[in-house]
Design a protein around this ligand. Structure first.
Ligand code: ADP
Ligand code: MG
Length: 357
């Protein structure tokens, strides 16, 4: 692809009190505010139904906005048609037209815009060359591997010269091996093209691997925005700690805290607790070998049963440490952690109040 084919520059996206309310019930997206830096890789992450796709479709112009604004480089695009926003969408499993060649798939949107045949095919060829698919331009999607289809889908999205590329679970239909390969390729393209990518996923692992900025959503609201490192090391709320995994949530006299499962130490109950560390007693309920580490499930009988689910804990022990001192099911242990390993968590948000007749 030469400069004439892709001369778009990346753009910042800003969501201001953006809200989507479908026919009834609580809003699917509830007055969210978000600024996505120009040229960054942003992942919208959260469980199914939390409002990720609705948010993305509103940015794309495929879904009307109930209230609030969407700004692209400070230009209000809230009410613009999809084709004039400067955004393009790449869908789950790429959604290529099966009866069209790779070349015609890529050229399709230019055909819809009335661009002449010679020009649209030349531009499509340029883009296919750019994603190393020039030699396979005449093949139909069924004659291409999953990875090759993804490249065609990317070229097809880029032909409209978007400033922002929107991706809704683009990897979720792929087998695990290809998914990991393709996410590395997406990341490389984003860096190479320098475009703003907004990628929806329900996989924390995928978001952490890809994102400059992660936006964790829950029930139509944003729980936390930060780099993967910030989110993983300082989850702001109980929801984020539990959703990201790898954390224990404990009710202590000082309040609710999160501690990473690999930042807890285990000692036999018969030994004195390590000096200066917080500690609690627990019983081993599960031992799972995971290769480089062993994941131990524990029950913490000190915690009152009225405090929900805090009794189930897990601790990650390196394979070497476990081999040096294995623990058995039913064994009583002490769990300890340094003050620095613990960080305060906002309690679970109350269930949204919905009007009932
Ligand atoms: P996600 O992509 O995070 O899984 P969605 O944005 O698709 O979530 O959905 C958010 C909420 O809005 C869900 O409760 C879903 O059932 C609802 N929803 C999504 N699309 C529609 C629609 N077209 N009509 C009515 N409700 C919808
Ligand atoms: Mg979705």
């Amino acid at each position: 692809m030469n400069a004439a084919t892709l001369h778009s520059s990346p753009a910042a996206i800003e969501l201001v009190a953006l809200t989507k309310r479908y026919a009834q019930g609580s809003p699917a997206v509830d007055s969210i505010n978000l600024r996505i830096t120009s040229g960054s890789y942003c992942c919208l992450l959260g469980p199914s139904g939390c409002g990720k796709s609705t948010t993305l479709r509103m940015i794309a112009g495929h879904e009307s906005v109930t209230s609030g604004d969407i700004l692209l480089d400070n230009r209000n695009i809230t009410d613009l048609p999809a084709a004039s926003r400067g955004t393009a969408m790449m869908f789950q499993s790429f959604a290529l037209f099966p009866h069209l060649s790779a070349l015609d798939n890529v050229a399709f949107s230019l055909k819809m815009k009335g661009v002449g045949k010679a020009e649209r095919l030349a531009r499509a060829r340029d883009l296919l060359d750019r994603v190393a698919m020039g030699a396979l331009a005449e093949r139909k999607p069924a004659e291409l591997s999953g990875g090759q289809q993804q490249r065609v889908a990317l070229a097809r999205a880029l032909i409209t010269q978007p400033k922002v590329l929107l991706l809704d679970e683009p990897l979720s239909a792929l087998d695990p091996f290809l998914r990991i390969q393709m996410r590395a390729e997406l990341r490389r393209w984003q860096k190479e093209l320098g475009l703003t990518f907004i990628h929806v996923t329900h996989s924390q692992e995928e978001a952490m691997a890809l994102a400059d900025t992660m936006v964790v959503m829950n029930q139509g609201l944003i729980e936390q925005v930060g780099s993967p490192h910030e989110i993983y090391n300082r989850p702001a709320s109980e929801f984020v700690a539990r959703f990201m995994g790898g954390h224990n949530v404990l009710d202590t006299p000082a309040g609710k805290i999160g501690v990473r499962t690999d930042h807890m130490q285990l000692t036999p109950a018969s030994q004195a607790a390590p000096d200066g560390l917080h500690n609690q007693r627990a019983v081993i309920t599960d031992v799972e070998y995971q290769g480089t580490y062993v994941l131990l499930g524990l029950q913490n009988p000190c915690v009152s049963q009225t405090a929900h689910t805090t009794a189930e804990l897990s601790v990650m022990v390196s394979e070497a440490a476990f081999a040096a001192r294995p623990y058995a099911l039913g064994e009583a242990v002490q769990l300890s952690w340094t003050p620095e390993a613990a960080h305060p968590l906002q309690a679970e948000r109350c269930a949204p109040v919905t009007a009932t007749a």
